[in-house]
Design a protein around this ligand. Structure first.
Ligand SMILES: [Zn+2]
Ligand SMILES: [Zn+2]
Length: 394
């Protein structure tokens, strides 16, 4: 293993583009940088101490050229991004807030697509809790175990998982041929994972022996689950008329027999139209598809967080996690960089948070507290605390 790979998980450092955000210049990324060796990169990081550090997924002949054409890409890692922002979270309404940049109206949870004033620009404040972290990790495991291994024939050793340092994970497919996929081929894989343009008719109404693979397996299992526990309440999420729902309930045993013996017979029950099957199928696809941030996988110009660097909004390490350890991986314990010492801080209003085994807060704002280093670094990065001014120390 070369030196660069040992320290940062990166190969061919000299062919990568780097980019950085600094603490004093919010919103402006300095990119098109390159380093010949990991020592050169380390010296830069020590000297400039950026807030966020990024590296290209792509490999270039001239990584520091300012245009993509001149950079001349010859390969790109295939990355799948799973982030709590794209997952249905029950905790979001408890701890995330947004404010419209135009009219200033505020709300809890994720911002709407459009404010009542018409604006689409919001300031959002995202929090991080055990639930968000658990949901993001479970989805990462599901994408690996339910899609990548069975459908793509990948093995665990073909994949590398990296915690993002905030609320998500990256799965990097290490298998060599994925590095040379064209953009449209990457888009095809993304569409498959998202269940876009599936032939739903084929996915469901097929012979039983084909239900072991791919989307047919997933759809078959989803319909079995639906009819095994069918109720008016469970059908509530589907936009179909009540008499049709009654018929689905009354004929559930027939459907279950059809699913186990010959799915193509499902269509034989009259009164359940093709449109109803489509509504059921589309809704189920939206629930069981892979919840990924699609552009990360097909945008081959993207910069991604530098492995082993600190996330500037949490102070946690963007750390590679072995697939065998993922189940036990606890970001709020295993991705902590600073474990010794304490810092005296003045808190701002914020929800409670956990670091290691301790819960801190919630704070109302103005409390002066002595926090262990890990919690203090998190609080300062999250901007929920500040160092006391001189007179407050007395
Ligand atoms: Zn507004
Ligand atoms: Zn949460």
């Amino acid at each position: 293993m070369n030196e660069g790979k040992r320290l940062t998980g990166l190969d061919h450092i000299g062919n990568r583009e780097f980019g950085f955000f600094y603490w004093d210049k919010m919103g402006m990324m300095q990119r098109h940088l390159s380093f010949l060796s990991v020592v050169e990169l380390q010296n830069f990081l020590i000297e400039r101490a950026p807030q966020h550090a990024y590296v290209s997924a792509a490999y270039y002949h001239s990584p520091s050229a300012s245009s993509m054409d001149e950079k001349d890409s010859y390969a790109c890692n295939f990355i799948i991004d799973i982030d709590a922002d794209h997952l249905p979270l029950t905790c979001q309404k408890d701890h995330d807030t947004y404010k419209c940049k135009e009219c200033g109206s505020k709300g809890k949870g994720a911002p709407p697509a459009r404010c009542k004033c018409g604006s689409t620009r919001f300031d959002s404040k995202n929090w991080i809790c055990d639930n968000c972290l658990d949901v993001a990790k479970s989805e990462t495991q599901r994408v690996i175990e339910d899609f990548l291994i069975p459908d793509f024939g990948l093995s665990k050793s073909d994949m590398l998982v990296k915690f993002s340092g905030n609320r998500g994970y990256h799965i990097e497919v290490m298998a060599e041929d994925y590095k040379y996929l064209e953009q449209r081929e990457r888009q095809e894989i993304v569409d498959y994972l998202l269940g876009i343009d599936l032939n739903l008719d084929q996915a469901l109404f097929i012979k039983k022996d084909l239900t072991k693979y791919g989307w047919q397996r997933r759809m078959h299992a989803a319909f079995l689950d639906l009819f095994q526990n069918i109720s008016m309440e469970k059908l509530g999420k589907f936009s179909i008329q009540k008499p049709v729902k009654n018929k689905l309930i009354n004929y559930s045993t027939t459907f279950l027999q059809g699913l186990s013996k010959n799915p193509s017979k499902l269509k034989s029950v009259s009164g359940i139209s093709q449109k109803t099957w489509s509504i059921l199928s589309n809704k189920l696809v939206s629930e069981i598809n892979a919840k990924i941030d699609a552009p990360v996988s097909f945008d081959i110009k993207r910069l991604l967080r530098l492995p082993s660097s600190l996330h500037g909004k949490t102070g946690l390490i963007a750390i590679p996690v072995s697939l065998d350890f993922l189940d036990r991986f606890d970001p709020l314990k295993d991705a902590i960089a600073f474990k010794r010492g304490e810092i005296y801080l003045v808190m701002r209003k914020c929800p409670e948070f956990r670091m290691m085994d301790c819960i801190y807060g919630p704070y109302e704002g103005g409390e002066k507290v002595n926090l262990p280093m890990a919690a203090a670094v998190f609080a300062l990065s999250k901007r929920i605390a500040e160092l006391p001014k001189r007179k407050q120390l007395k």
